[in-house]
Design a protein around this ligand. Structure first.
Ligand code: FES
Length: 128
């Protein structure tokens, strides 16, 4: 039987930072090969820190909880710090996930990393 921790249920019932950023500095999209679910993350960067993070999840409760938790953990971090945020840390903060649901938490931090990569590429293109 599938069993979610109280933290997963709380994060799923009241996810924070849901949405998108129209003038985002970076966007990252990641899909899961396991289930076909998808996450998109938008970021605003100021002084090399994450000034804002928003996301949309086309996925299950664990993926929604993981995105909400990732956004809480990463907000205000420097880009280097955010790059080091791992899927495992997100899952740990959620009090763990059922084994069959670990792949869901793997999307959140990785999609954030994609958004940061996109930001860096955008900067390089603009010659910043
Ligand atoms: Fe695919 Fe959770 S079942 S993200």
């Amino acid at each position: 039987m599938m069993f979610y921790s109280d933290k997963v249920i709380e994060a799923f019932m009241n996810p924070v930072n849901v949405g998108e950023i129209a003038d985002a500095d970076g966007v990252g999209t990641l899909g899961s090969e396991d289930c076909g679910d998808m996450i998109r993350v938008w970021i605003k960067v100021k002084d090399q820190r994450l000034a804002d993070i928003k996301y949309k999840v086309f996925g299950c409760p664990a993926a929604i909880a993981a995105c909400s938790t990732m956004s809480r953990m990463a907000m205000g971090l420097t880009l280097d710090e955010a790059d080091e945020l791992t899927d495992e840390q997100v899952a740990e903060t959620l009090g763990g996930l059922p084994t069959a649901k670990m792949h869901c938490s793997n999307l959140a931090a990785s999609a954030l990393h994609e958004a940061i990569l996109n930001y860096v590429h955008n900067c390089a293109r603009k010659g910043h």
